[in-house]
Design a protein around this ligand. Sequence first.
Ligand code: ATP
Length: 240
Amino acid sequence: MPSEPLLKIAELTSHYGPIQALHGISLEVNSGELVAIVGANGAGKTTLLLTLSGVQKASGGSISFDGTEITRMASHKIVQSGICHVPEGRQVFAPLEVEDNLKLGAYCFRDDKRRLSEELERIYQLFPILKERRKQPAGTLSGGQQQMLAIGRALLGRPRLLLLDEPSMGLAPLLVEEIFRVVRELNDSGVTVLLVEQNANAALGIADRGYVLETGRVILTANADELLADEAVRKAYLGH
Ligand code: ATP
């Protein structure tokens, strides 16, 4: 019998006052998968991740994670259950040192100094540039390095599901490649990833499966390579 998906979203709706941003989204992420959600500006990608994290409240439908209903759970409980979110625009604390930004992600074991330094070392191995710059204010890092910092901070929560909101935003093509290579490596090392992106080419290039979102609805889902080859998807989202 196939095992239950790690994340199961059914008929999820979400509103900003009278504006309905999600119109009955259903999707699944299996343990170990890298799933990409692609769609244009305003499709509802950020709202979907915010609703998964409990920051934006669902107005209907359900979200279950590892068999537990989390639809109306408080955000900090959702983090404790193993979902960590890298927000759109990175949102690092610019005046704080790189290492202090990382420590904010290690809140759960802040009093265990040995564990803290082991966990920081794990992130520094993944992103050596952050170790070099650990005493610099985060605001002095380049956009790509800030993205690494935001991902590193989320990884300190030891996520079982990592939510990534537009990691390519504002980055030069070479840095996009670098970030996506690391995301793929993280996934290969066992972290399940749900990635939302306007850069459909880059996202589907590393994903196992994908969903296409349009005006708050899933309009298509398939294996990532099938979506990359789909003529309609190429025309609408891949600039071909
Ligand atoms: P982007 O790539 O621009 O972030 P997106 O796919 O993430 O786009 P959302 O930001 O989730 O899309 O927006 C989905 C819909 O919800 C849009 O119609 C948007 O205008 C609306 N929306 C988003 N945030 C708010 C808000 N705070 N108040 C009112 N409407 C909002």
